[in-house]
Design a protein around this ligand. Structure first.
Ligand SMILES: NC(=O)c1ccc[n+]([C@@H]2O[C@H](COP(=O)([O-])OP(=O)(O)OC[C@H]3O[C@@H](n4cnc5c(N)ncnc54)[C@H](OP(=O)(O)O)[C@@H]3O)[C@@H](O)[C@H]2O)c1
Length: 201
């Protein structure tokens, strides 16, 4: 299977990439600011250029997505657009452009997150982005042709990120990375589509 992992040097992307390599797949790793293959998911022309270089794939895996993270009272209307521009429209563009570079029977796996199901004090921007993407995945699944599938992995706070982010997730149980990897494998290697694969404590 030919697979491309966007965000392959991130906390989640790195372990997903390593697992896919261990399993013997032909995996292209894509970063934003370094590496042989780079993309800015906010720029459709950058996505187009990337896929022209990397060619056809059986799975396109996105482990990226930023959104405003902070106080509701201090948040401006503009701040809401950060998540839409980056996490939502960036991953939507990966699908809309990437579909031309996906073989029949191939799959998209996007990344959302727990905050739209389980609110946290600073999570309003992130929650909106995650909810919008979950809706995109469910609807897009019934519109895709050629047996192409699409799913989202929606992790809770990772154990790997708990030192840095744990204080923002009061009462949340951090998730072992092995469970998160399995969610990506379920989407990439399995047959499900239109699913939000929640890996939450
Ligand atoms: N970590 C967690 O506990 C957790 C929990 C639930 C959900 N999530 C979600 O999982 C996703 C990945 O999180 P993470 O913790 O792995 O993030 P991370 O460690 O910050 O990694 C982010 C990745 O995205 C890339 N990136 C940044 N801006 C980009 C852009 N404009 N275009 C393309 N790529 C870009 C980065 O590349 P460079 O390094 O080259 O800039 C890096 O590879 C996010 O959507 C996050 O909300 C994370």
């Amino acid at each position: 299977m030919r697979i491309v992992v966007i965000g392959a040097n991130g906390t989640i992307g790195r372990v997903v990439y390593n697992k896919l390599i261990d399993k013997g797949y032909d995996v292209t790793e894509v970063y934003h600011s370094s590496g042989d293959y780079r993309v800015d998911i906010r720029q459709p022309e950058s996505i187009q250029e990337l896929f022209k270089k990397t060619g056809k794939h059986d799975a396109i895996v996105s482990c990226v997505g930023k959104a405003y993270f902070g106080s509701f009272n201090e948040m401006t209307l503009e701040d809401y657009y950060t998540g839409f521009e980056h996490k939502v429209m960036g991953q939507v563009a990966l699908v809309k452009i990437g579909i031309e570079y996906l073989n029949p029977g191939g799959s998209f796996t996007l990344t959302t997150g727990i905050t739209c199901d389980d609110p946290i004090p600073y999570g309003t921007g992130l929650a909106m982005a995650n909810g919008a993407l979950n809706a995109f995945v469910k609807n897009t699944a019934i519109n895709l042709e050629n047996d192409i599938r699409i799913n989202a992995v929606s992790p809770g706070l990772l154990e790997l990120s708990a030192d840095k982010l744990g204080r923002f997730f009061p009462g949340h149980t951090p998730i072992p990375i092995s469970k998160v990897i399995n969610a990506y494998l379920k989407s990439i290697e399995g047959k499900i589509t239109g699913q939000i694969i929640r890996v939450q404590g």
